[in-house]
Design a protein around this ligand. Structure first.
Ligand SMILES: NC(=O)c1ccc[n+]([C@@H]2O[C@H](COP(=O)([O-])OP(=O)(O)OC[C@H]3O[C@@H](n4cnc5c(N)ncnc54)[C@H](OP(=O)(O)O)[C@@H]3O)[C@@H](O)[C@H]2O)c1
Length: 213
């Protein structure tokens, strides 16, 4: 009995953390697809999930444009990525908390590329204290939702020139806990930074249908 109890405790101590780690890791992409000749824009590609995604795309031979609000961070990430010796990495300034910056980004990018194969809307803020974008939107709402929406809209022309365009929105399972109050989207008086993130992610999920993808 004692031995069984010890075995059960050991199993819980070992198996539980391993199972959580396995679950949190998510699925692994095993596709061997190459992306030579394809152009990809990834927002917030200087760190985190965006950086790792950029690395994978470069290893597949893509031309990757890191669209980042801080050009110094973007250049330093581009240097690290260039060491992979695969694909081509470029940087361009994009601040999703400013509609002006988004418009300028799209205008500039059109001078460098004639078609776009993949747009990855990855950049986002989460659990940000209450703040407003320069256009007066609550920060999560502006950076995670309206900014990427405008960006995608302005890049549609380039995307349509690709044979098989793809638009990817990076979201989170946390959308399940979001609830949008359409009468009070900015909600400064009821603001809760965790709630705001969940709400925006839940709203983000709708973009798939809004763009028909
Ligand atoms: N990490 C997670 O566990 C998790 C889970 C589910 C979903 N997600 C989602 O995955 C995406 C990436 O998350 P992450 O963990 O990699 O986050 P992260 O490491 O914090 O990176 C976020 C990226 O977004 C950029 N960004 C923030 N505000 C911006 C703005 N106004 N304009 C342009 N870029 C801006 C950041 O730039 P700076 O470097 O200049 O700050 C950074 O490059 C987010 O959309 C997030 O909601 C993450």
């Amino acid at each position: 009995m004692m031995l069984l109890t010890i075995l059960a405790v050991v199993a819980i101590i070992i198996i539980l953390p391993l199972s959580i780690r396995y679950y949190m890791k998510g699925a692994t992409c095993t596709s061997p697809v190459k992306l030579e000749g394809k152009t990809v824009i990834i927002t917030g590609g200087n760190c985190g999930i965006g950086f790792e995604t950029a690395r994978n795309l470069l290893l597949r031979g893509a031309r990757v444009i890191l669209a980042c609000r801080d050009l110094n961070k973007a250049k330093s990430a581009a240097e690290q990525l260039s060491e992979l010796g695969s694909g081509v990495v470029l940087v361009e300034k994009l601040d999703l908390s400013s509609f002006d910056s988004i418009r300028t980004f799209c205008k500039n990018i059109k001078q460098h590329i004639t078609s776009l194969d993949i747009l990855i809307n990855n950049a986002g803020v989460y659990f940000h204290p209450y703040a407003e974008t320069e256009d007066g939107l609550e920060m999560h709402m502006g950076v995670n939702y309206f900014g990427p929406f405008l960006l995608t809209h302005l890049l549609l022309e380039l995307l349509k020139k690709s044979d098989s365009p793809r638009v990817v929105f990076v979201g989170s399972v946390i959308y399940k806990y979001g609830k949008i109050d359409f009468d009070n989207m900015n909600k400064p008086e009821f603001f809760h930074q965790h709630g705001a993130y969940c709400d925006i992610i839940s709203l983000e999920n709708r973009k798939k249908t809004e763009f028909g993808i």
